[in-house]
Design a protein around this ligand. Structure first.
Ligand code: ZN
Length: 347
C-alpha cells in the first residue's frame, strides 16, 4: 500500500489540507501550538477587562445603563459554556446577550440540555434566531448538491462578520462580539493569533476568546463541565461511529455530516482533526492518532447521514450519488463494500 508521512508530532497528513503551512515535516497547527507558549495570555486577559470597561463607558453614553455588555455567539457546546463562564467570572461581564442560530438538524438530548443550561445557569438573556426553515433546508440541499457542503450558507449566518449574530449585536448597539477559537490559527493556516477578527471596526469588535486564553479541548471541557455542560455519554443516547470523542460538535445529529464530506473531497476530515488535536494536547500518542486517521476518518455515522437526508428531503441513495460525483478519485477509492477509503496509508 502506498504511504504518506504525517506530521512528525501529531500525524496529520499534510497534503490533504489546502492552506496548511508546513516547516521541516511539522504541520502549522503543531508549530502554532508551540508558539502559544510564548504569548503573554495574562496580559491579554487584563487588557480584555479594561477593554470591556471602555466599551461599557462608550455604550452608556449612547444607549442606556441597561444595555448589554457584549454579545456571545453560542451553540450551547463546551466552548460556549467556557466563554460565558470566563467573561462573567473573570472579566466583570454582568449582562451579556447570548445568540444562537438555529440548526435545522435534529437536536440531541445533550444539545437540548446544554442550550437550556447555558442561559439558565448564568441567568442571562438568550436569543435563538431561526432563519426561514423551508428556505434554509432548500439552501442546504442546493449547497450539498453543488458543493458537497450542506452548511455552507448556514455557517456564514453563524460565524462570519456578515452573520446574523453581528447584525443583532449592531441592532442592540453592542460593541463587542465574542467567538471561540480562531480556526485559521488553530488548524495552522496562519501564524498570527490575533485578538480581533480582521473585519472588526471601531464600532464593533469581533473577539476570539481563543486569543485571550490558550484554546484547548481539554481545557474547554473542564470549564464547561464545571457549569453544568453534559455530553452524549451522560445521556447514553448516541455512540457516534468514527468519532474520537463524545463531547465536541454534539448539539445536533446531522451537523457533523458536513465534516465527513471533506473526507471524500480532500482526504481528511474531523476525526483526523480531533485525533491530531488531542495528540497535540498530550491526551493521546501519535501512534494512537494514526490509528484514528487510518481506521476511522472515512466512517460516516449512519444516524447523522439519515438525519441530514431527512432535513434536506432527499433519499440516502441520492445522497450517495452526490457524494460519488464529488469524490476526488486521486485521493479516495471505493472498497469492496462500496465505502470510500483513502488510497494512501498515513505513517
Ligand atoms: Zn502536527
Amino acid at each position: 500500500m502506498e504511504t504518506i508521512t504525517g506530521c512528525k508530532i501529531c500525524g496529520f497528513p499534510m497534503e490533504y489540507r489546502p492552506n496548511l503551512y508546513v516547516e521541516n515535516g511539522i504541520c502549522g497547527a503543531c508549530i502554532n501550538a508551540k508558539a502559544k507558549k510564548h504569548i503573554d495570555f495574562k496580559a491579554r486577559q487584563e487588557w480584555l477587562t479594561k477593554h470591556l470597561e471602555q466599551s461599557r463607558q462608550l455604550n452608556w453614553g449612547a444607549v442606556d445603563k441597561n444595555s448589554y455588555d457584549c454579545v456571545i455567539g453560542v451553540s450551547g457546546g463546551k466552548d460556549s459554556h467556557m466563554i460565558v463562564k470566563r467573561l462573567i467570572q473573570n472579566h466583570n461581564v454582568k449582562n451579556p446577550l447570548l445568540i444562537t442560530t438555529y440548526d435545522e438538524s435534529t437536536r440531541t438530548q445533550a444539545g437540548v440540555h446544554n442550550l437550556n443550561n447555558i442561559a439558565e445557569f448564568f441567568d442571562v438573556d438568550h436569543i435563538i434566531y431561526r432563519y426561514k426553515p423551508k428556505t434554509c433546508k432548500q439552501e442546504m440541499k442546493e449547497c450539498f448538491e453543488k458543493y458537497l457542503n450542506p452548511y455552507m450558507l448556514a455557517e456564514l449566518r453563524l460565524g462570519s462578520f456578515e452573520s446574523e449574530v453581528v447584525k443583532i449585536a449592531r441592532a442592540f448597539g453592542v460593541r463587542d462580539v465574542f467567538y471561540g477559537e480562531d480556526a485559521a490559527f488553530e488548524y495552522g493556516s496562519t501564524k498570527e493569533l490575533n485578538i480581533f477578527h480582521t473585519q472588526s471596526t471601531d464600532e464593533l469588535k469581533f473577539i476570539f476568546m481563543g486569543a485571550i486564553y490558550p484554546y484547548g479541548y481539554v481545557d474547554s471541557m473542564q470549564e464547561a463541565r464545571s457549569v453544568g455542560f453534559k455530553d452524549l455519554q451522560d445521556f447514553h443516547e448516541w455512540y457516534r461511529q468514527g468519532s474520537v470523542e463524545h463531547f465536541a460538535q454534539i448539539d445536533s445529529i446531522g451537523y457533523m455530516v458536513q465534516y465527513w464530506c471533506k473526507f471524500v473531497k480532500f482526504g481528511a476530515q474531523r476525526t483526523t482533526d480531533m485525533a491530531t488535536r488531542l495528540c497535540r494536547e498530550g491526551a493521546i500518542s501519535r501512534e494512537q492518532a494514526l490509528l484514528y486517521i487510518n481506521e476511522a476518518d472515512h466512517i460516516l455515522d449512519p444516524l447523522a447521514k439519515y438525519d441530514i437526508c431527512q432535513v434536506m428531503g432527499i433519499s440516502e441513495s441520492h445522497f450517495d450519488k452526490i457524494v460519488d460525483k464529488h469524490a476526488n478519485t486521486n485521493i479516495v477509492q471505493k472498497d469492496a463494500n462500496g465505502v470510500w477509503r483513502r488510497i494512501k496509508k498515513v505513517v
